[in-house]
Design a protein around this ligand. Structure first.
Ligand code: ATP
Length: 246
């Protein structure tokens, strides 16, 4: 049995003191796993990731119940910067590359918490091994790269922080299907060869289940189903409501 890296236990999140958005969400991510958090628009996927990386304050949101543990230690009171130092790294929806920096400069911003230069150089080489396109475009300004390359850059930047877990928010958004497939295949490869652990929030259920080990389905702030990815992909309700197959 793999160790649990992340344990989210019954969290409630309220926005603006009144809007209850997460109504007791629990999920676990094992070391070396790819876990998908699935659900439609507004189900609460981004809110769950923001709660884990303590990014709710800027949105006037707060965790009001439950606990979040990284390798058995409570982390709800850590600052977002401390969470990155501890290896909890989020790749935001919409990619958020620095448009005026080159791809390589963007990647290096991901290593600001690492003081070991040799580790930074190793991580950069690793990113270029998994994302050869980024190596080709290393001196290009991010603004002039494609949506797929910017998504790869955002994931690469997270890897520069030597993460314990990468929280990937909707990596498929705005990308053509074959690019989504390319990005997910790299995520799977990183997971298989480096044992990088991922929690992946996705509306693209089909693609997410194809590349993850386990999935949770979130509906209106509650987990309504969970199971092995292969089981969920074969489940009649999941097919009907999330895979667009009757
Ligand atoms: P999407 O795929 O559209 O991003 P999601 O599953 O990630 O959906 P969230 O973005 O977490 O869902 O939103 C969950 C609910 O919380 C929605 O009803 C949304 O309107 C609400 N919400 C999100 N951010 C805020 C905020 N800052 N203030 C108030 N309500 C918010």
């Amino acid at each position: 049995m793999s160790k649990t890296v992340l344990n989210v236990n019954g969290i409630e999140v309220i926005y603006n003191h009144v809007i209850l958005v997460l109504k007791g969400v629990s999920l676990q991510v094992p070391e070396g796993g790819i876990v998908a958090l699935l659900g439609g628009n507004g189900a609460g996927k981004t809110t769950t990731l923001r709660a884990i990386s303590n990014l709710l304050k800027g949105e006037r949101g707060a965790v009001t119940k439950g606990s979040i543990e990284l390798r058995g230690e409570r982390i709800e009171s850590l600052t977002p910067a401390d969470l990155v130092k501890r290896g909890v790294v989020q790749v935001m929806e919409g990619r958020h590359c620095f448009a005026h920096l080159t791809i390589e400069e963007n990647l290096l911003t991901g290593s600001y918490t690492r003081s070991d230069k040799a580790e930074v150089a190793r991580n950069l080489e690793k990113v270029y091994t998994y994302f050869p396109r980024l190596k080709q475009r290393r001196t290009s300004q991010a603004a002039y790269t494609s949506g797929g390359e910017q998504q790869m850059c955002a994931i690469g930047r997270a890897l520069m922080a030597s993460p314990s877990i990468v929280l990937l928010d909707e990596p498929s958004m705005g990308l053509a299907p074959q690019i989504v497939e390319e990005v997910f295949a790299i995520v799977k490869d990183l997971n298989a060869r480096e044992r990088t652990t991922f929690l992946l929030a996705e509306q693209n259920t089909n693609m997410a289940l194809k590349y993850s080990d386990y999935g949770y389905i979130l509906e209106s702030g509650r987990i309504v189903m969970d199971g092995a990815a292969s089981e969920l992909a074969g489940n009649e309700d999941v097919k009907e409501f999330y895979l667009g197959v009757g």
